[in-house]
Write a protein that binds this ligand. Structure first.
Ligand SMILES: Cc1cc2nc3c(=O)[nH]c(=O)nc-3n(C[C@H](O)[C@H](O)[C@H](O)COP(=O)(O)O)c2cc1C
Ligand SMILES: CCCCC(=O)C(=O)O
Length: 385
């Protein structure tokens, strides 16, 4: 594995994020968090978290890494992958061809895309521009959050890779419609409607730290004409149903991915309302603590959907083996959350690219040892357990 995460300045040192300065990264020194005695060279994505904890200011790191309540669901998102096993197949005569696939008609180099995450200037001064560029360099798709640091237009301009816009509906339908029209005008290919944040979960690390987004990470989409920030959290729409999906379809005029589905019932409601894809997710354990892992509920959702729309899974993906298990259990692609921000914090856009390259390397090794030459082969593979 040769993935590297060259060091970059973080938001604390870098000042306000504009996205304009991410190209200056090329001359960066080696890992900021390493030292002569102890050079830092993570060999897997799990090790990135500890490294990122040393470069992201503590309360910002807690916001990113943390979950709701006891963080049981956060841990369970990982543990659920550990309970399933991959079948070793070495006499199939197959050799890994490639990891390429597509999602909603968009070709991607590997079956892993970027999950929407707000406030990316908390991790790095380049914010969503760095993530967009890293994802494009890795040949994958980037999802820009409603509460991104950069405006959706600036995030869209940062790279020419494929991109989706994630929307949180607020109580203000005029503002919602405006956001959707802006997203379409800016060239986003789909709208991801997140339905698992009718209210923000009980995030105890954030309460303990008194955490709010720092001014450098203020979500630009919420600035009013006078440049003032509109209130955000209290503005979220708690009442979500089939009409919410119809609203987003009508005003966005784009395919709608419904994100935050964890049951057959909600999946069927979303399908009936015209969802173009379903993202199985518990928001990375940040919302309903005590809910099962996203991977645990994936087969239930897959059985209900019966291939009528593609399924995306997120939550706890850290290894190529996790990607493999998710695809073998009914997902078409997976989305990656926190490791993207850790790569961004440690290496700017190149750090993000390295995260995806690393995952692709691991996935190729697993595929070869499990007798899968293509993504389609993975989806036909059975697991133990
Ligand atoms: C710091 C952070 C911010 C997030 N912001 C959003 C967001 O704005 N919109 C959204 O739909 N999901 C958001 N999520 C949830 C992710 O899209 C995704 O569901 C989750 O992080 C996946 O789990 P993982 O981090 O274990 O890969 C956020 C997650 C994190 C860690
Ligand atoms: C108010 C929530 C904003 C971002 C988000 O979805 C998260 O932190 O999980």
């Amino acid at each position: 594995m040769t993935a590297t995460f060259p060091a970059r300045p973080g938001w604390a040192q870098g000042g306000a994020a504009t996205g304009a300065n991410y190209t200056a990264d090329a001359s960066a020194p080696p890992w900021r968090s390493g030292s002569a005695e102890r050079p830092l060279q993570p060999v897997n994505l799990l090790e990135l978290e500890e490294a990122a904890a040393r470069v992201i200011p503590a309360a910002g790191f807690d916001y990113i890494a943390g979950g709701a309540g006891d963080e049981w669901t956060l841990r369970e998102n990982r543990a659920a992958f550990e309970r399933r096993q991959i079948v070793q197949r070495v006499l199939t005569g197959k050799v890994v061809a490639d990891t390429a696939t597509e999602i909603l008609g968009t070709p991607i180099a590997l079956p892993t895309i970027v999950a929407p995450m707000g406030g990316q200037a908390i991790a790095h001064v380049s914010a969503e521009a760095g993530t967009a560029r890293g994802a494009a360099a890795a040949g994958t798709l980037h999802t820009v959050s409603t509460v991104a640091t950069l405006s959706l237009e600036d995030a869209a301009r940062a790279a020419d890779g494929p991109k989706w816009f994630q929307i949180y509906l607020t109580r203000d339908d005029g503002f919602n419609a405006e956001l959707l029209q802006r997203a379409r005008a800016a060239g986003y290919g789909a709208i991801v409607l997140t339905v698992d944040v009718p209210i923000v979960g009980n995030r105890e690390r954030d309460r303990r730290n008194g955490f709010v987004y720092p001014p450098a990470a203020a979500p630009r989409n919420f600035l009013d004409a006078a440049g003032r920030l509109r209130p955000i959290e209290r503005a979220f729409q708690p009442r979500l149903d089939a009409d919410s999906i119809a609203f987003v379809r009508r005003h966005g005029g784009l395919p709608v991915v419904v994100k935050g589905i964890a049951t057959a019932e909600d999946a069927l409601l979303a399908l009936d309302a015209g969802a173009a894809a379903i993202q199985v997710s518990n928001h990375g354990g940040r919302q309903l603590d005590g809910a099962p892992a996203a991977f645990t509920v994936l087969p239930e959702v897959a059985a209900a959907v019966q291939g009528r729309v593609p399924l995306i899974l997120d939550g706890g993906i850290r290894r190529g083996a996790d990607v493999f298990k998710a695809l073998a259990s009914g997902a078409d692609v997976v989305a990656l959350g926190r490791p993207v921000l850790y790569g961004l914090a440690l290496g700017g856009w190149q750090g993000v690219q390295s995260v995806f390259q690393h995952l692709e390397d691991e996935l190729r090794t697993v595929m070869q040892l499990a007798g899968a030459a293509t993504v389609a082969d993975i989806r036909r593979t059975r697991l133990y357990g």
